[in-house]
Ligand binder design. Structure first.
Ligand code: DC
Length: 225
C-alpha cells in the first residue's frame, strides 16, 4: 500500500491523457508518469527481436529480460529507456502503434509490468495515466479521472500530431487505428479499459487542455470556484 498521494487518469487512445496529466502534475508539484510508454517500449522490443506480439510466453520472456525505465526530465516530462537506450522517439512510430495493443493483452505480461508502475508511485506523489490505473495499478488512489472524447476528435488530434512530425498518413487510417486500439484495449479479458468506480468522467471533445485541467483541479478541491 502506497502512502504517497496519487491521481489516476485513464482513458482511450488520443484522449489527451498524457498532456493533461503532465500539466496537472506540474501544477500540483507531483511527478507525471505515462504508463503507455512502458507497454510501448515492450512493443518496440518485440519488433526488434522478431517476437510474435500475440505469443504470450514469448512476450513474457522478453518482458522479464528487458530493462524498461521511465526517467523524469527537468521540465516535468518523461523519457523512456529500453536496456539503457533512450527509445522515447522510437516508441511513437507507426509500427509500434500497430503492435502495442496486442502486446498489452497478456495477463502475465501485465502482472510483471504492474510492479514497475507501483514502485514509481511509492517514490513520489504522482499523476499517472494509462488504461487501468484507477482499476488495477493504483485502486487506492483518492482521485480518479476517466478522460474521453469522440473517436473522430481523438483521431483528429493524433492526425495533427503525425502531420507535425512529417508522418504521411491519412485521417481515415488514423481513425481506423484509434478504433482498433479501442476495441482491443476495452475488450480484453484482463484489466480492460473501463471507468473505475468513483472516477470523474470528463468528455473533452469540445474542451481545451486548460479547461480539462481546470475541471480536474475543481474536482480535487484546488480552486475556489
Ligand atoms: O497511452 P498510450 O496510447 O501510449 O498506450 C499505448 C498502449 O499501451 C495502449 O493502446 C494499451 C496499452 N496500455 C495498457 O494496456 N495499460 C496501460 N496502463 C497503459 C497503456
Amino acid at each position: 500500500m502506497s502512502y504517497r498521494r496519487s491521481i489516476a487518469i485513464d482513458g482511450p487512445a488520443g484522449s489527451g491523457k498524457s498532456t493533461v496529466a503532465r500539466g496537472l502534475a506540474r501544477m500540483l508539484g507531483y511527478r507525471y508518469v505515462s504508463t503507455g510508454d512502458i507497454y510501448r517500449a515492450l512493443a518496440l522490443a518485440t519488433l526488434r527481436k522478431g517476437v510474435d506480439p500475440t505469443d504470450e510466453q514469448e512476450v513474457e520472456r522478453l518482458a522479464l529480460e528487458s530493462r524498461i525505465e521511465l526517467h523524469e526530465t527537468a521540465d516535468g516530462g518523461q523519457r523512456t529507456f529500453l536496456n539503457g537506450e533512450d527509445v522515447s522517439d522510437a516508441i511513437r512510430r507507426a509500427d509500434v502503434d500497430g503492435v502495442v495493443s496486442p502486446v498489452s493483452v497478456h495477463p502475465r505480461v501485465r502482472a510483471w509490468l504492474i510492479g514497475l508502475q507501483r514502485s514509481l508511485a511509492n517514490e513520489r506523489d504522482i499523476v499517472m495515466d494509462g488504461r487501468d490505473i484507477g482499476t488495477v495499478v493504483l485502486p487506492e488512489s483518492e482521485h480518479k479521472f476517466f478522460l474521453t472524447a469522440s473517436p473522430e476528435e481523438r483521431a483528429r488530434r493524433r492526425h495533427k500530431e503525425y502531420e507535425a512530425k512529417g508522418r504521411a498518413v491519412s485521417f481515415d487510417e488514423v481513425l481506423q487505428g484509434v478504433l482498433s486500439r479501442d476495441a482491443i484495449d476495452s475488450g480484453r479479458a484482463t484489466a480492460p479499459l473501463v471507468v473505475a468506480p468513483g472516477a470523474v468522467v470528463i468528455d473533452c471533445t469540445n474542451m481545451s487542455v486548460a479547461q480539462v485541467i481546470g475541471e480536474m483541479l475543481r474536482a480535487l478541491g484546488r480552486t475556489g470556484n
